[in-house]
Design a protein around this ligand. Structure first.
Ligand code: ADP
Length: 284
């Protein structure tokens, strides 16, 4: 594919990320819709970050639960990079949360969504890749009921945690306790982030109510009891699964293989078609 093969839809702003915008487009010959990420790479660091991301996407292609990558172009003249990704017509799980208007995802459907997230993550981890930035905005879904991770393989600032301590902006974070302590990112850190996302989707709200400073966040992550779903309101399998993910002790936090065998994602899980039907029922 070359840039001429893709036609961008005018006024089709899908979202804005950390370093660019995402627009809808179409591959002219086939009519296949794509999401085109446009990133201005005015400095060497950003360029390297994007090239790393593209490498990650290529290396990880071949799993249904990872967003498919069609092409990446770079204009040397304008320093703009375009990445054409599989278009996910229901947007991110942050969009899903918004559509639910404060309600949580029904546990039965959440079990399928979780299974798909874990499957994508398992694929990455088996390839010795970390995601590093699992959050609702980076998990996309479509009307076929497919759930896919995006934005993986990105080179992240090594000093992200420390930088955050200095310039806290009050945004929610899916960071693990060990990351908060400045330790290296690991496979287990991705699992914690999934646990945070599952908690948020179950209840319809972010696990910590009052994160106004890094000190408060640190307290929640490293001092207070770990977030736990209330067994009075949620099925036992879901409560247990999420507690496994949100285990502070890294050495006791299970891996993707263990979690993929857990009853929450193996027993009485609706099919992708059933999930699709439910998702479409309130998506207009
Ligand atoms: P960044 O990496 O710069 O943070 P993202 O890749 O997270 O940007 O994209 C930002 C938003 O754009 C997402 O939260 C989502 O709403 C939308 N988006 C991104 N990729 C796609 C896609 N493949 N299909 C549909 N929407 C997308």
């Amino acid at each position: 594919l070359s840039p001429e093969d893709i036609e961008l839809e005018p006024d089709s702003h899908l979202g804005a990320g950390a370093c660019g915008v995402v627009m809808k487009g179409v591959i002219k010959q086939s009519g296949i819709p794509v999401a085109v990420k446009t990133v201005k790479v005015d400095d060497q660091a950003k360029r390297e970050q994007l090239i790393n991301e593209i490498r990650g996407l290529v290396a990880a292609d071949g799993c249904v639960n990872l967003v498919h990558w069609y092409a990446g172009f770079m204009s040397k003249r304008t320093m703009i990079v375009h990445v054409a990704l599989e278009f996910m017509d229901l947007g991110s799980l942050a969009d899903l949360k918004k559509r639910l208007g404060g309600y949580g995802v029904e546990p039965v459907y959440l079990s399928n969504i979780t299974a798909q997230i874990m499957n994508g993550l398992d694929y990455l981890h088996k390839k010795k890749m970390l995601h590093r930035d699992i959050k609702p905005e980076n998990i996309l879904h479509n009307r076929q009921g497919e759930v896919k991770l995006t934005d993986f393989g990105i080179a992240k600032d090594l000093d992200q945690t420390l930088a955050m301590a200095g310039t806290f902006v009050g945004t929610v974070t899916y960071m693990s306790p060990e990351r908060c302590l400045g330790q290296d990112y690991s496979f287990a850190s991705d699992i914690w982030s999934v646990g945070m996302v599952i908690f948020e989707l179950s209840t319809g709200r972010y696990p910590f109510a009052d994160v106004t400073s890094f000190v408060v966040l640190f307290d929640h992550l490293c001092e207070q009891p770990e977030p736990r779903l209330d067994p009075e309101y949620f099925p036992a399998e879901l409560v247990e699964f999420d507690a496994y993910c949100l285990t502070r002790d890294v050495s006791r936090r299970p891996d993707t293989e263990f979690l993929l065998a857990h009853p929450f994602v193996t027993y009485n899980v609706p099919t992708v078609e059933q999930l699709a039907e439910w998702l479409v029922s309130f998506s207009g």
